[in-house]
Design a protein around this ligand. Sequence first.
Ligand SMILES: Nc1nc2c(ncn2[C@@H]2O[C@H](COP(=O)(O)OP(=O)(O)OP(=O)(O)O)[C@@H](O)[C@H]2O)c(=O)[nH]1
Length: 824
Amino acid sequence: MSSSFLPAGRNVQIKFNPDNRNSDVLINSLSDKAVSKTTPPAIIPSTTESHASHSFKFTGSHAFAHKSQKLLSLLRDTKSILGSYREVNKEKWHIQYPFIRFKAQSSTERIFPKDDNNLRSISERITMKAEPLNKFREQIRAKLHAPEPDMSSSQESINKLNVLNLDLKKGDRSSAENVVEKLDKSSVATLLDERIIQSIKRIENLSSRVADTSSKVLVAGDVNAGKSTFVNALLRREIMPVDQQPCTTIFCEVLNVQENSNKEEIHAIKNIEAYNREDKNTYTKIDFVNLFDTISGGTEEYTQLKVYCKDKRKAQQSLLHNGVVDIALIDCPGLNRDTLKTTALFARQEEIDVIVFVVSAENHFTLSAKEFLSNASNEKAYLFIVVNRFDNIRDKNKCKRNILEQIKEVSPRTHEHSEDLVHFVTSTAIPIETDNDESISESPASPHTSDRQRIEDFQSLEESLRNFILKKRSKSKLAPAQYYLENLVSDIGVLAEFNRSIASIEAKTALKELQDGERSFEQLCNDEKYIGAKAEKYVEETCDLIVRFTKQRLEHAISEIDKSVINIEYPGLVYAWAFANDVRDIMLDEISKEVRLSEEFAKKETALCISKIQSSGENLEGNQRQIKLDKMYKRDHNIISNAITVSLSDFVDLNFDKNVNDGLSIIGFSGCTLIAVATRLDAFSSLWKITNFIGFNNLRKIALPMILIAGGISVAYVIRDLKRSLTRNLARKIQQQLAQSQYVDIETNRIVRQGRKKLRLATDDLRTRFRHAVEEEEKKRIVTKSILAKSEEAARFFEEIFSKVESMADTLETLGHEWEDMDD
Ligand SMILES: Nc1nc2c(ncn2[C@@H]2O[C@H](COP(=O)(O)OP(=O)(O)OP(=O)(O)O)[C@@H](O)[C@H]2O)c(=O)[nH]1
């Protein structure tokens, strides 16, 4: 699995680039512990320089240490970026995924979620800036835009992302698509959070793997092939017991003394799982002098030995403690039918980086050896083969050919790189330290040519072995971290770029909304003032109209009240009183009619005005208030009928006729009185009362003729003028009373007051709706402002993240992939 944006398989010699800001920071940010633990001494030579003929190009231990440091630092930085992604995703910005259907979509649509119409419409308005892109950004954008025709939508996002893809494939493909389509932002955020947590855990595991400087080498081989002799030769010490007879019966792990607080000890362990160096109950300490007995004594008490020993050689020569990797050598029991299975199991353990197989040049491969090798080569692909006891071979070339032929059969890949991986040596030729030796001389005092050659062959083996171990270590410990980082950095870049685009668009949209909102807010405030004032003006105009109308109608009706009875017939003297009451009622009805008319007018005008007010606010949101006018005027308006009563005087018009003389007036008056009385009493009782009053004789002499004359005149007058006088008197009386009670004003006010009340409801409603609209606009502005701030912040955040991962991708690219040709 190799990242698509980094070239794979390049053999890059690491050069620290001072211009690379990120590298600088990364190197400087390395913890002291990591640096001290992994930095090799400067004197360790690069193997590519000293052993240029190797077909396995490897940049050596220095490069390995440098690479470990960089990877550790990159892992740390990536973890911190993922941490900030989690934080932002939880609290500030739901990180979105590029879930897209590519088919038949424009390139601008591709980078936006397919269900987000709003964003898509925005995307149509905003084109990508034609800025110069660097390689990483180009690759990320290409990923976001690239059509992948035959993919389902659920797979598209998976293909865009390597590590941080969401786990949507819980059902079949169609249901996974549905899941994608139905996901909302917060669900995606939750799924991403889970993914990030997993990634952080993985980074922690990879970090501890990269930081782990130990490496285990399993030395297996046939019985008596010389495994223990070989191990001793590597250590330049007689640690492992050597015997002509098969002697190694248990696994012996030889470690550097530093692993045991610089104490040379042997720990015999019954249960390796429970072994703890600091817990003496988990092992038995054994003396070095008793090692042979323990190993060869056939005791089945122990399953494994840990032998902590000193390697007195310098770091660049030492295998156990070479400054880069702490190597442990595990000497296995010789292979036979009984031990084959156990050794094979041991070899399969993940912590075994390299298998060194020791075969005796004299015996070639046994069946057990072949079986072991073919299984191991399936497991590890490359094996390191030591053909030992080469000194005993006379025809060395033939032996080499034979053995290489056999290796070709059991491990073809090893055979391909036999120059590096297959060594013909004589382990006994290596000078071994005795207890008295202070240093070991690699050159015998008087070396034979053959001895010198054997020592050189062994040294060459050692260099190849160390190189192979480092390389395998890179493969097993650094490669997973580097590949994972490459994929993760790409994913972080994809998400950062995608979310930056969305955030930028949201910010632009919010800004535009804010600017538009500013204008519409101003417009609204102006409208509120202007339309409010206009509505007030409508109200005043309508009220004025109602007042004028009502006043005019009532005043006119009152002033012309006598005309309302013109057509009423006078029923005669006997019904004069009833007639007078009818006249009054008709006159008052006439006024009431005018009142009702005015009310109708007021209602109509009020309705008109309300509709005008409401239509001036029809653009405002929300429902208009319904104003009912049917019960606007409901009480009985004939309030004056009881207050105006007919009286006698109403029948006589005191000012009525300037043409009639005073006498006639008196007579008329008397007559009228009589008539009035007569209308109330019967004629006889009236006459009787008058007679009693003036005396019968006087009446007979003086008054009677006069009375008779006056009566006659009066009767004539009454007959002639009663209707007119009564009408005029009653009209005047009503007019006076109405004037006195300010009837017109009161009624006008009442009518207009009701109208104003209703109109007030309309203006209040308009004002309320305006206020509501202004408040809504303000609320919208607050929300838009916060969206703007949030999306601007998000855009900045993702841009910063992008720059960081861009720089990390550069660093990763410079690290290269030296293990590309080690495909196991
Ligand atoms: N001539 C010669 N003899 C060797 C060489 N290497 C080992 N021997 C001898 O071979 C015998 C067996 O050596 P060991 O190292 O015990 O062999 P081993 O593979 O560890 O034996 P087991 O652990 O019992 O399987 C010893 O007598 C060694 O001296 C060599 O390169 N040349």
